[in-house]
Design a protein around this ligand. Structure first.
Ligand SMILES: Cc1ncc(COP(=O)(O)O)c(C=O)c1O
Length: 415
């Protein structure tokens, strides 16, 4: 998917006030595909500053991996819908067919394959509960799964005798193939599901989902992808990935309102996967069987629609190139600090827009407190006994913000 034209953007602005400002400021530019080592982005720092001005962030947000910040057009669309809804008479309906078309096109998902849910956790639970697994059936995954991607399997293990088996993946592999080989070596005749985090929340490593899905398909194994991070950060082509289930949180990198997520189900799996919540459409053979969960908040969906429009206005490839370019700048700057040990991959092709590290003489907890005093928000990864600090680089981060953070870390106090 390419960046949209200024004309399209102005048309969208009629539906989403706030995009007009962006349309006026963004230069026309050719979108780039990201390469293994992303070159400098086509927009200059002044353009990115104007994009940053679309946010109300008070400080420096380096934790998009937990949740992103909504830009003004998203806030406006959400709030306007919320107000209009409370008029009760003459409420504005979300244009669901148009919205679904936009989100499917953004992610290149199959038509009719996208269900709107609350988040990755809920989407992963739908997938896990919807597949019929018997005692002894194995679900294979890594030791780096977030609670949102693993608790659904742990519950099945406790309740149904399913075996949830995890292995330690190589964290600094030479290439994709080393990761594929590591997964392949763990598959047994009992393996029924590969539960794959597209991007590891611990280190930001990108896993080769398309290759792993192919590996699974060749063996009749179901693929469930925890895609909490990529949409809005990487150029995602769901039909090319071809997973059976892809779960995501649009309130992270896609910058939609909190409490919005998607479950994308392969067309071959929709009719045979049980819905987690049964409501009016539970027996329908279409994607709505997962989506109809009683009354929910459509203002969030209106905000999600505006978030997709906002990112299309900039261009997915442009955003990926920017985010990963900033992460590389950060990675390289941190690599020059003598006390820092990077845990994110050295191969830039496997690195996303999250960089994790440890530092001699202090802990992630203390570093988080130290940067917090400069109004910088970060994530401490303390799961599984790790003690990493994780920094996310999204579109409201400027090069000078990265350099400032590196300068502060250079002077981080020893405990
Ligand atoms: C890899 C991964 N999976 C799942 C989740 C859970 O996301 P949510 O709380 O939006 O369901 C997260 C949250 O950070 C995550 O990083």
């Amino acid at each position: 998917m390419s960046a949209i034209s200024r004309r399209e953007l102005l048309a969208l602005a009629a539906a989403f006030p706030g995009l007009e400002t962006l349309a006026r400021h963004l230069p026309q530019q050719a979108p780039h595909r990201v390469t293994t080592a992303p070159p400098a982005g086509p927009l200059g720092e002044a353009d990115w500053q104007r994009i940053k001005d679309q946010f109300v962030i008070d400080g420096l947000h380096l934790n998009t991996g937990t949740y992103g910040a909504c830009p003004l057009p998203v806030l406006d669309a959400t709030i306007q819908h919320l107000r209009a809804f409370e008029r009760i008479i003459g409420q504005e309906a979300v244009d669901w067919p148009a919205f679904k078309g936009e989100v499917e096109s953004f992610l290149n998902a199959w038509p009719g394959s996208v269900a709107v849910l609350r988040n990755t956790t809920e989407a992963m639970n739908n997938a896990a509960a919807g597949i019929d697994l018997a005692p002894g059936d194995e679900v294979l995954s890594t030791t780096h799964e977030h609670i949102g991607g693993r608790c659904c399997w742990e519950l099945l293990a406790r309740r149904r005798g399913v075996v949830y088996r995890t292995f330690a993946p190589p964290l600094d592999p030479a290439d994709d193939d080393e990761l594929v080989a590591a997964w392949q070596a763990q598959i047994t005749p009992r393996t029924r599901v590969l539960s794959i985090a597209h991007v590891l929340f611990t280190t930001g490593m990108i896993q080769p989902v398309a290759k792993l899905v192919r590996l699974a398909r060749q063996r009749g194994i179901i693929s469930v992808v925890d895609g909490a991070h990529p949409p809005g950060m990487l150029h995602v082509d769901l039909q090319a990935l071809d997973a059976d289930f892809y779960a995501t949180s649009t309130h992270k990198w896609l910058l939609a309102p909190k409490g919005t997520g998607l479950l994308v189900v392969h067309p071959d799996r929709i009719a045979t996967t049980w819905p987690l919540v049964a409501s009016g459409d539970w027996a329908a053979a279409n994607i709505e069987r997962f989506e109809h969960v009683g009354t929910s908040n459509e203002s969030l969906v209106q905000g999600l629609r505006a978030a997709v429009a906002f990112q299309r206005a900039i261009g997915q490839d442009v955003i990926e190139q920017r985010d990963r370019g900033l992460a590389t700048r950060l990675f390289d700057g941190l690599a020059r600090l003598p006390r820092v040990h990077l845990v994110s991959p050295h191969n830039a092709a496997l690195r996303s827009a999250m960089v994790s590290f440890t530092m001699d003489g202090t802990t992630a907890e203390h570093l988080q407190g130290y940067l917090g005093r400069y109004r910088i928000r970060t994530r401490r990864i303390a799961e599984f006994g790790y003690e990493y600090l994780r920094l996310s680089t999204h579109i409201y981060v400027l090069q000078r913000d990265v350099d400032h953070t590196i300068d502060l870390l250079r002077d981080a106090p020893v405990d």
